[in-house]
Design a protein around this ligand. Structure first.
Ligand SMILES: [Zn+2]
Length: 158
């Protein structure tokens, strides 16, 4: 799972633009990983791996907007998510770039962003909306970075 974190840092932060905060986050990720039992479902939907990747997006200025509609600013209910728009949307603003999202998935991403890495499994238990959260994570990577983590690619083919 360490390779997932390292690749995410390399993809999001070019060598020509070193980020001390990304480096610090990676060090912390590797520290937590030392005492961690990875998810039996694989690294793609592992809460710690997802938490680290969402935190990296935040460091990169790419964290999704989760607290209000990205388009109109309304509190919600937020029922859709658009990577192109940069976050959650209400039903009225939903457009062709958006897809359905559950409240649990939005809450899960928020929890993973806010909690310390070591608490990832506690705030987002394994399996909870993991597929939805992974879908959003991959969407942001593809849209903003034009990449997909090679270290996770094999698992997706299975
Ligand atoms: Zn709206």
């Amino acid at each position: 799972m360490a390779t997932v974190g390292i690749e995410a840092v390399l993809q999001l932060f070019a060598e020509s633009d070193p980020s001390p905060r990304a480096y610090q986050a990676l060090v912390r990720f590797l520290e937590v990983l030392g005492d961690y039992a990875p998810s039996p479902d694989g690294p793609a939907t592992d809460p710690l791996a997802m938490s680290f990747q969402f935190k990296l997006l935040w460091v990169a200025g790419l964290a999704p907007n989760l607290d209000a509609c990205t388009s109109c600013g309304d509190d919600g209910p937020l029922t859709a998510f658009s990577v192109a728009a940069g976050g959650a949307m209400c039903a009225a603003c939903r457009d062709a770039t958006a897809s359905d999202v559950s409240g649990d998935a939005l809450e899960g991403i928020r929890a993973l962003l806010e909690a310390p890495l070591a608490d990832a499994t506690r705030v987002a238990p394994r399996g909870t909306s993991a597929a939805e959260m992974l879908h959003i994570l991959e969407g942001i990577h593809a849209y903003h970075g034009g990449f997909r983590l090679r270290t996770l690619a094999r698992q997706h083919l299975a």
